[in-house]
Design a protein around this ligand. Structure first.
Ligand code: SF4
Length: 467
């Protein structure tokens, strides 16, 4: 995969998403359930705003001194026995990975869920050199065997699927003969994946956080697959988005307090793996080699732009679960690897306006995402700034939009035109029947514009009162 997950035009993507009744019901149920749980878990913390403030400060401070913390992390990670590489872009990250796997003559890699590897299209790159990549997160695995379907949420990737669909896919692709009960299908997949863990030549993971003071890699999972991936294969490849650093273990404590509460409404993730260097002589398990690939892929540019605050993101997915637009169109409606408010703020900054100028329109600027983001990213302001740039600086809007807003500006700037236009405004009552608004008004009722203006009515009544 890469940053773009669909080449369909925006309208078509949205229409398709809106017509999928199951998906919409499923997203709405997940939003309601997880948001309720999140509020309960946050209430237990007391003054939640001071927690969010602390987390935002940690992330902002790290970004302000990213070069220093990167240097510190690399020094500590290498001192603990890891090898560290820097990749400027997706091609370089994939090339480093391909060379490492080639040097090990690897044929199979077990991988735990990682957004940065999706971002650089790692699976496709490794498949090209003959390496089979097995996704081991349950949701990702089911999507992978379902014709490599795309995730619709960054934490709950298969949110848009129903269990019957998975039963059919497991039966067709893996010979499953049981029913559609989630626990039975999970047990079956667990058995399949055990063999994959044992036979994989290499383990591949992302990294939720990397601790600069100790060179520690932090992985947060709920299924234990991350533990298998990091302990069974002898060689470990870790892909680290360059902004995912935290200065100290105490800072990590704050972020790990907020991440699972935000992501799924639980007090803690089931598995938290902290890896500092490869296996030592007396360790019972662990990889013999850890290779860390630090991925830039556009982050440096975002860091130097007005959108740098979006790099504070800890990928909890909460903004999506709070967003009314995401509720109706899911991740697939965005056609981007990172959907929801995070995607609308991040994707144009990371992937450029030519590919992502449309995504910023999927936002009502209600600001609900800002209220829940655990690291206080001003998401709706960033989305608004994208819109402003697209319209005013880059003039990337359609001619029709330019014409409409240009005429409005002229009318509002001239008292004569404004007066004349407001006198004739009632003619717009015809627009829903004859103009381009016909489609728009199919499901909406437009307010009727009165034939007499308020100012005329007021003038007349004042005159009558005066008599
Ligand atoms: S932008 Fe904030 S709420 Fe959204 S995924 Fe990132 S940290 Fe979570």
């Amino acid at each position: 995969m890469s940053l773009q997950t669909s080449r369909l035009p925006l309208k078509k993507r949205i229409r398709r998403a809106l017509s999928d009744g199951f998906m919409r019901a499923s997203i709405a149920a997940a939003q309601d359930l997880i948001n309720r749980k999140r509020q309960d878990r946050f209430a237990e913390l007391g003054d939640i705003d001071s927690w969010r403030e602390a987390a935002a400060e940690i992330r902002a401070h790290t970004l302000d001194h990213l070069d220093f913390y990167l240097d510190r992390f690399v020094t500590q990670a290498e001192a603990s026995g890891c090898r560290v590489y820097f990749a400027d872009d997706a091609a370089e990250a994939n090339r480093i990975a391909a060379e490492l796997l080639g040097s090990k003559k690897a044929r199979k890699a077990a991988k735990s869920k990682s957004m940065v590897t999706e971002e650089i299209g790692l699976n496709e790159a490794l498949q090209e050199i003959g390496v089979e990549v097995i996704e081991t997160d349950l949701g990702e695995y089911l999507l992978q065997i379902d014709n490599a379907d795309k995730p619709s949420h960054i934490v709950i990737p298969a949110l848009h699927k129903d269990r019957e669909r998975f039963r059919r896919v497991l039966a067709e692709k893996k010979g499953y003969s049981g029913d559609a009960a989630p626990e039975n299908m999970t047990r079956f997949v667990r058995g399949v994946l055990r063999q994959e863990f044992l036979s994989a030549d290499v383990g591949i993971t992302g990294c939720n956080f990397a601790v600069a003071e100790t060179g520690t890699l932090v992985l947060v999972t709920n299924e234990g697959n991350g533990r298998f991936v990091t302990t069974l294969p002898k060689t470990q490849l870790v892909f680290l988005g360059m902004e995912r650093l935290v200065p100290t273990l105490s800072d990590l404590d704050v972020l790990l307090t907020l991440l699972p509460r935000s992501a799924v409404g639980s007090r803690a993730s089931v598995y938290m793996t902290l890896l500092t260097g490869p296996r030592r002589t007396n360790d019972l398990d662990g990889p013999d080699e850890i290779h860390i690939i630090i991925v830039d892929n556009g982050r440096s540019e975002v860091l130097g732009s007005p959108f740098r605050d979006v790099l504070r993101c800890i990928r909890c997915g909460t903004c999506m679960l709070e967003c009314p637009a995401y509720r109706h169109i899911s991740g697939h409606g965005y056609g981007a690897l990172y959907p929801g408010p995070l995607g609308a703020a991040l994707m144009p900054a990371l992937g450029g306006y030519p590919a992502f100028k449309e995504i910023v329109k999927i936002c009502s600027l209600c600001g609900a995402c800002d209220e829940v983001c655990p690291v206080k990213i001003p998401l709706h302001k960033l989305i608004f700034e994208h819109r402003r740039r697209i319209a005013e600086e880059l003039r990337l809007n359609s001619r029709l939009e330019d014409a409409v807003f240009g005429s409005a500006a002229t009318a509002l700037g001239s008292p004569f035109i404004y007066r004349t236009a407001t006198k004739a405004a009632f003619l717009a009552n015809l627009a829903p029947r004859i103009g381009p608004l016909r489609g728009w008004t199919k499901s909406r009722r437009l307010m009727k514009i009165p034939t007499r203006r308020f100012r005329d009515w007021y003038k007349k009544h004042r005159a009558q009162e005066g008599n």
